[in-house]
Design a protein. Structure first.
Length: 364
């Protein structure tokens, strides 16, 4: 079976993990600091604006806690990751589900009025709401958007906060792990405190206070040095990993273009001013029935193709904790059409060709 995803594991990552194990120190330390420095160079920000954390979910929760989301309406697309709405709920915010736009999966902000917005750059493609003038907190969920840019700026560096995930399904990984990017220097001190169990421990180690203690709410959101070293090794290989993923993405797109031209499927569209980071490749079938048949056909032929998110407002927790803003005009309909094809660094050329041939066979 060709899986829909397989993590990238190489010699460099093994060496990085071994180096940390042999050092005798595996908790947060120099490897975390080095990772923050390296990621700051990628995102074009000083290292102090980059806070390594244990997961993308932790980064989302921290950003909303810093934004004082309690009892405020927080809006995000109903077609996004459950981590977003878990973070809203845990931070005391009021979840507000938004419909998506028909031609994309961008959240529709036309009739929304919230204090805080979370926009998810789904599939690694920019949500163009990011460039709108605003008087509200904007959190960019860039979990899928490493190496993706809008008008030359890295996604995650435009809103008040940017959050990243390095779960094993992402372009570069560390098993778990995340990053909080702070684009407003006023919020750096509190981010450090929340990450370290609500203490000013980081200030103490920098010699800014003579002792540290509990000064705010927080939790243990620190990554270990093993996670940081592994991710650093991946970040150093970003160009080569991305080159392969983009090659696979383009081969899919080129070979399926004829099916789109005849109206049988719909392919991804790259917005003007942006680029494709090859996080995933999807096709949209005619409807749920056709997508189900296609997934079953591919499975019978040894290919694991999967659907993406189920709209969150239709989930039990979504019904319990949130509300849908306006009408669900496109979210459910478009989610029922979308199917992901296998996409990962180690996918072989002959496997890509086989996948293409089987999708074409289905649509004959």
């Amino acid at each position: 079976m060709i899986p829909h995803n397989r993590p990238t594991l190489g010699h460099e990552e093994s060496q990085a993990a071994a180096r940390v194990l042999s050092s005798g120190w595996i908790a947060q330390g120099e490897e975390v600091l080095a990772l923050e420095q390296e990621f700051g160079e990628y995102i074009n920000l000083p290292a102090e604006n980059v806070v390594a954390v244990s997961s993308g979910s932790a980064a989302l929760y921290m950003s909303l806690t810093i934004a004082n989301a309690k009892n405020k309406y927080v809006s995000a697309s109903a077609y996004s990751c459950r981590s977003i709405f878990n973070a809203i709920q845990l931070s005391g915010g009021i979840p507000n589900f938004l419909d998506v736009e028909e031609a994309s999966v961008n959240a529709s902000l036309k009739k929304s009025n919230a204090d805080i917005y979370i926009i998810a750059h789904m599939f690694g493609l920019p949500d163009l709401n990011v460039e709108k003038k605003r008087s509200y907190f904007l959190v960019e969920d860039a979990a899928q958007a490493i190496d993706s840019y809008y008008k030359g700026r890295p996604l995650g560096s435009i809103g008040t906060f940017g959050t990243f995930s390095f779960h094993e399904t992402k372009n570069i990984i560390s098993g778990e792990g995340g990053m909080l990017v702070i684009n407003d220097d006023r919020y750096i001190p509190r981010a450090e405190i929340i990450r370290e169990k609500g203490t000013n421990r980081s200030s103490f180690f920098r010699g800014e206070v003579d002792k540290y203690g509990w000064v705010d709410i927080g939790s243990s959101f620190l990554p270990s040095d093993i996670v940081a070293a592994y991710l650093y090794a991946q970040l150093e290989q970003l160009d080569s990993i991305q080159s392969r993923r983009k090659d696979i993405w383009q081969r899919y797109y080129d070979k399926f273009s004829a099916l789109q031209e005849t109206g049988k499927i719909l392919l991804p569209s790259i917005p003007d001013g942006s680029c494709n980071n090859a996080h995933m490749f999807y096709i949209k079938a005619k409807d749920l029935q056709e997508r189900t048949a296609l997934i079953s056909f591919l499975k019978e032929n040894g290919i694991q193709a999967v659907f993406h998110y189920i709209p969150l407002h239709s989930a039990p927790a979504g019904k319990k904790f949130g509300r849908f803003n306006g009408e669900d005009k496109y979210t459910t309909r478009e989610s029922e059409r979308l199917m992901r094809l296998p996409m990962y660094y180690g996918l072989k050329d002959e496997e890509v060709q086989y996948i293409i041939s089987k999708v074409k066979e289905f649509y004959k």
